[in-house]
Design a protein around this ligand. Structure first.
Ligand code: FES
Ligand SMILES: [Fe+2]
Length: 484
């Protein structure tokens, strides 16, 4: 039972994630223990929320322009004058490092007739508009105007580039279009506290792949907010994933999370009595190289390095064996010591979501980051990004951040060979999504229905969006000026 709310959702009758933590070979940090839940009712959600242009316009105005969203990693703009162009819901921002090391974000729009000032990432000594040649310093001050004789009105006006709020956490640069937004740390709250142990600032971006997908951004986000689609969508994972007995918590108004154990058989397969060795073999088979990697090997004539046979010691389970292998592999890769880190942190999917669209994996093996956004202003097209953060090696330089590999609508995740075995899993997820979008438009009831416990986080996403839209409209009625 949740002490704060008194709400006790029904759970899967098999062992819980807490039960699995009890068998950990190391001390488990307190923050991995069961968190609060919320009773959000059992009503359906209108299918129009996923495609209606008016609902989308309300989301843009009352949600997207009011939430903290990360733009890039700090290591992508290390020097003064380095620029990252961040775009979302039709807005473009120039995120740039200042001479004093701080970071500013300016609306990427010329104050003359609106041309984008900066067309792409890179380094600038100033921002020069390609249309009529006006320019601004990297600090946003008006710098020059080749036709100033015709703009006497600029003399007594503030012609500085308008800014949006900027804050950093974990090596990420966040922005918020709302000048009245509460500080970022109020949004991150429990996540920032729990992630102190994982120190994402001391990581670098080792992989960044994105893909345009024909579905609403929430359809995509929701595909990564519960684990019980594994049975139908990723059957190869079922022998070693605690899917239906995952733990779901709502930690704050902005942060929710789910924990899914790895190296344990799904309760849906419990009757088959899989041996630990069979679980390990299933893990190894699912983690094999992608087709693209195999093609690469065939082309180059490279051979797989022979692997040592898996041998379980007395008392070792598939989970504890795999956790130990991960500890050793990571330590060999980055030089850090993982000996005291829990099996859970070496093995499990520990996904923390920050409303409305970003997800950070806790633990060490290694840290994935997901992000889902609309593609421009199209409610039925979105972009998913997958990032892998790796710890900066203990005795080495910080590696250069990976550039984004952006896949088009007609490409598959396997067209990004760096994803390896992950590509297959994401491809399986994506196969559903266009059919969800068209299915929603075909609905005979006009609503979608969510499971009470396992889909509590998804319901929370919708409840919070609806609340923000209602609050925003009320503020407009009261004469408040909102970001436009
Ligand atoms: S639009 Fe930029 S100088 Fe004219
Ligand atoms: Fe999935």
């Amino acid at each position: 039972m949740d002490q704060a709310t008194g709400y006790r959702p029904d759970r899967h009758p098999s062992e819980s994630y807490e039960d699995i933590l009890e068998r950990d070979t190391r001390a488990v940090p307190d923050h991995l223990r069961q968190g609060p839940t919320l009773d959000l009712g059992d009503g359906g959600i209108p299918v129009t929320d996923y495609f209606d242009p008016q609902h989308f316009a309300d989301e843009v105005r009352h949600v997207w322009l009011k939430v903290w969203q990360w733009t890039c990693r700090e290591e992508e703009i290390p020097e003064p004058g380095d620029v990252f162009v961040y775009e979302n819901v039709g807005k473009s921002l120039i995120v740039t490092r200042q001479a004093d090391g701080s970071i500013k974000a300016f609306y990427n729009s010329c104050l003359h007739r609106g041309r984008k000032l900066v067309d792409g990432d890179g380094h600038r000594s100033h921002f020069w508009c390609k249309y009529h040649g006006m320019s601004w310093t990297c600090a946003g001050r008006f710098r020059s105007n080749p036709i100033d004789w015709d703009f006497p009105q600029f003399q007594d006006r503030d012609m500085s580039l308008p800014e949006v709020k900027v804050a950093t956490w974990g090596g990420f640069v966040f922005v918020n279009f709302d000048p009245d937004a509460a500080p970022l740390m109020e949004t991150l709250g429990p996540l920032a506290e729990h992630f102190e142990r994982y120190d994402l600032a001391d990581h670098y971006k080792a992989l960044h792949v994105s893909k345009v997908v024909p579905c609403n951004w929430k359809v995509m986000a929701e595909a990564f907010m519960e684990s019980h689609h594994t049975i139908a969508t990723h059957p190869q994972l079922v022998p070693f994933l605690g899917d239906v007995n995952s733990q779901y918590d709502i930690l704050s108004d902005h942060v929710s999370r789910q924990f899914t154990a790895t190296g344990v058989v799904s309760p849906t397969m419990a009757s088959r009595n899989l041996s630990d060795m069979a679980i390990l073999q299933a893990m190894e088979a699912a983690g094999g190289g992608s087709d693209a990697e195999e093609d690469d090997r065939a082309r180059t004539g490279a051979r797989d390095t022979p692997k040592a046979p898996m041998t379980l010691q007395d008392g070792q389970t598939a989970r504890t064996y795999a956790a130990e292998m991960t500890r050793q592999a990571l330590a060999a890769e980055d030089g850090w010591d993982y000996a005291g880190r829990s099996d859970a942190e070496m093995m499990d999917a520990l996904l923390y979501n920050v409303f409305p669209h970003q997800s950070f994996w806790a633990g060490y093996a290694p840290n994935l980051v997901y992000r889902w956004r609309p593609e421009g202003l199209n409610p039925e097209l979105s972009v998913m990004e997958i990032i892998i953060l790796k710890r900066v090696p203990k005795n080495g330089k910080r590696p250069a951040p990976a550039a984004e590999h952006r896949l088009r609508l007609d490409q598959d995740w396997s067209d990004a060979p760096s994803l390896g075995a992950l590509a297959k899993v994401f491809e399986q997820d994506m196969e559903n999504l266009p059919h969800v979008q068209t299915g929603l438009r075909s609905s005979g009831t006009g609503v979608v229905n969510f499971a009470l416990y396992s889909e509590m986080r998804i319901r929370h996403l919708h409840v919070k969006i609806a609340r923000m839209i209602a609050d925003g409209k009320q503020m407009l009625q009261q004469g408040h000026v909102l970001p436009a």
